[in-house]
Ligand binder design. Structure first.
Ligand code: NSS
Length: 432
């Protein structure tokens, strides 16, 4: 019996006979040789089937194999610098598990609607595979960074009695005994309770926005990473944000080079993502827009178009602070030197990618928070527990939310968020 291994590990077995379990990605033939591209989830390798070196049954099998047929291939590992990945498998035997039906996704071009209808199969293609491996790595690197910095993972609930980010994008559902429940827009409010209990916490989970907008930057279900820190002011989370983001980029550059190559990502652009990131205020961002010939009324938040224009002016993520209070959520702390602006930050990824992080210092004074709830026409009762955090040992505290899909899309250099999550949920899509 040959050792069972993976394409990723195959370099450890040069000269030995191993078995790879996978699927046929592609094949071509030349006389008495068949070249099978086998993918096994960890990578792809070329398996060379020479007629006189395998049984007639195995050789015949290599001819019947269709795209995505499942198979186990046993062969000798050969190092070959010309082969993609650096290794080839000289086949001794082929065990066919299933000859697949005609696979709908062929190497030819398909439209996005067709690909999205077949998302469950599209996941197997090289580009999607690379993006989702980078996504997995980004999450792993984020956890690694925050754990190292002494943060505690603090899972927030998904079913909640209140809105965190305004009532216009709430998914509502029936709860028991006539109560309503809402799918969480953000774990933040709960993370604040966590920060008062543990000092430094983070939540990581799915969040929901009933966004009626049909842009390439909006999903109705997306994942957010939300660090929250007690005794931290705005300036403290600005440095946390730039340290975290540059760690994520550096980690992908170091550990996911093959995937970045598949995506043809310009790595030099990622290599220039080093702290400190430029910091500007909302007012300075307005000046940039004005220089670009765009007039934007003071008081309104920036939309996709403004974010794109501003972030095109920078090679590094830019941190925009001090937005008008009117543009932001109820929980943000007012700047001590200007009653009209919030101690908050949006981080925009460069090259027009736009917002990847939103965060702030939180209002920590009981009376002021009460007034802010009223000003935003939010009911007091479901927020009593949140007000308690200001009754029992309140301290300055701050945090932010990093959108996983926005960050992954930017690092991968892909245009649309829908490819940065295994099964995207959008205005007009909930299948598959
Ligand atoms: O609305 S945010 O700007 N901020 C919050 O939710 C805070 N409560 C986070 C916090 O302070 N703990 O969203 C944060 C990020 C934003 O920068 C995007 O990267 C991402 O979440 N985000 C989205 N990604 C995909 N689709 C949609 N619809 C979306 N909305 C926000």
């Amino acid at each position: 019996m040959a050792v069972i291994t993976t394409v990723e590990q195959i370099g450890e077995f040069v000269g030995e006979t191993v078995t790879i379990r996978g699927w046929l990605y592609n094949k071509r033939s030349s006389g008495k040789i068949r070249f099978l591209q086998i993918r096994d989830g960890t990578g792809t390798i070329q398996a060379v089937v020479v007629k006189k070196e395998v049984s007639p049954i195995a050789f015949a099998a290599s001819d019947t194999l269709t795209q995505e047929s499942s198979l186990e291939v046993t062969g000798t590992v050969r190092a070959d610098s010309r082969a993609p990945g650096g290794y080839e498998l000289m086949v001794r035997n082929i065990e066919v598990i299933q000859v697949a039906e005609d696979f709908p996704i062929t190497p030819k071009e398909h439209g996005p609607a067709f690909l999205l209808d077949n998302r469950h199969l599209w996941l197997r293609s090289a580009k999607q595979h690379a993006i989702l491996r980078i996504r997995s790595h980004v999450i792993q690197a984020a956890r690694e960074y925050l754990n190292r910095e002494g943060f505690i993972l603090f899972d927030a609930p998904i079913l909640t009695p209140t809105a965190c980010e305004g009532t216009s994008t709430l998914f509502e559902t029936d709860y028991f005994y006539g109560e309503r429940a809402y799918l969480s827009q953000s774990g933040q409010l709960y993370a604040e309770a966590g920060a008062m209990a543990f000092g430094k916490v983070y939540t990581l989970g799915p969040t929901f926005r009933a966004e009626k907008s049909k842009t390439r930057r909006h999903l109705t279900e997306f994942w957010m990473l939300e660090p929250e820190v007690a005794y931290a002011e705005l300036k403290d989370i600005l440095s946390l944000a730039e340290q975290l983001v540059s760690h994520l980029v550096l980690s992908v550059l170091t550990h996911r080079t093959e995937e970045l190559r598949v995506l043809e990502r310009d790595e030099s652009k990622l290599k220039s993502i080093v702290p400190p990131f430029p910091r500007i205020t909302y007012d300075e961002a307005l000046d940039i827009l004005r220089q670009q010939g765009v007039s934007h009324e003071w008081g309104n938040d920036f939309g996709t178009a403004e974010d794109t224009l501003i972030s095109q002016q920078f090679d590094c993520p830019v941190m925009i602070t001090h937005y008008p209070l009117t543009a932001k959520a109820f929980y943000m702390k007012t700047a001590p030197d200007n009653p009209d602006v919030a101690l908050c930050v949006d981080v925009l990824a460069p090259d027009g990618y736009g917002e990847i992080i939103g965060g702030s210092q939180r209002e920590d004074d009981y009376q002021t928070l009460l007034k802010k709830l009223e000003a935003h026409k939010l009911p007091r009762e479901p927020f009593e527990w949140y007000l308690d955090l200001r009754r029992y040992g309140t301290v300055p505290h701050s945090g932010f939310g990093l959108g996983i899909e926005r960050t992954v899309a930017w690092i991968c250099g892909i245009r649309h968020l829908r490819e940065a999550i295994p099964f995207p949920r959008m205005l007009q899509r909930i299948y598959p």
